[in-house]
Design a protein around this ligand. Sequence first.
Ligand code: NDP
Length: 355
Amino acid sequence: MAKNHHIIFKKRPGVNGEPAEDNFGYEECDYPCDPQNNEVLLKTLYLSIDPAMRCRMNEETGVTYIGPFGIGDRIGGFGGVGVVVKSANPDFQDGDVVHAGFNWQWVENFLETPGEHFPLRKIDSSLVNGQVSLYLSILSLTSGLTSYLGVKVKGHVTPGANQTMVVSGAAGACGSLAGQIGKLEGCSRVVGICGSEEKCQFLTEELGYDSAINYKTKDVSSELQKLCPSGVDVYFDNVGGDLSNTVIKQMNTDSHVILCGQIAVYNKDVPYPPPIPEDVQRILTDKNITRDRYLVLNYPDKFESGMKQIVEWTVQGKLKVRETIEEGLQNAGKAFVSMMKGGNIGKQLVHVGDS
Ligand code: NDP
């Protein structure tokens, strides 16, 4: 019998604790039976590693759209790319390479009925030139579409309006795309905030960001004053906390925060979105700054047109992507822990197997 392995959830880090590798366990499990009744047998090629998994590690996630992991359960992650090993479903053939944006199990091989836990879609290999992992980064729900639709629906970017955009978590999966999209949509200046010199260089030398600030070594407030002399018009916020309070203090009247994520407080026992200090709330109110909750899942009607635009920019070479790939399913927990601490540039993925 062929061998199979999966990752189980072993231990909660605690609502105020940092996730650790021993929260996850790599174990042998049964190899699935042959597919029946519309099922497909899938072999995982790549897994998407996403910050939203952090809230699933608590007993209560604090959000309605995903539930907590059970202790001892196999991790049901976010996106995955795999190959159909054997199909009992007329829509899929053996050898099809497929992807899904949600609920892909952290296991080498598994049975799935397409459409039951997630829509399963075939990969258009002509779009990605063999690099199928792109379906979990630039062509994915949780980074490509999240960045694009965030800018579109919450950013109010107006070509010719000489707007300055600031992006936090700027060298990550969403952030690295958001700033490029801000420019493509018409912002005249884009400034990224991230956690290392290497990341700053990536933003300015490879992605076309005008400038970048290393928040770990620089005073963000004074750097922003220098780099954004006419203030901030659009803030793509992946991070929250003190860093975001500092940015909001330099925002213009009638400007816009794209409240994408608040990773700085994911290891803290606070509601989502977390409360912000009174003085910052007063600035938002006095300056009429919008800061609505943003969840990509709320815009399914815009997925198709959004993806069309992302594909067009990618094919034209206008939108660039980076992936940080950890090798081996046994290292999926390690990859998650590393991403939460800034170990990634661009999208964090795990390479599990080959087709
Ligand atoms: P990233 O690829 O950006 O990885 C997370 C990054 O966060 C790290 O690389 C690290 O970079 C940074 N970070 C971690 N802790 C802190 C901290 N305390 N202060 C500042 N930066 C920190 O992840 P994603 O692009 O996948 O996700 C980005 C955000 O978008 C997350 O908040 C996520 O929850 C959110 N999201 C929201 C969606 C929506 O629908 N609204 C959908 C998908 C994601 P550094 O080295 O710079 O510190």
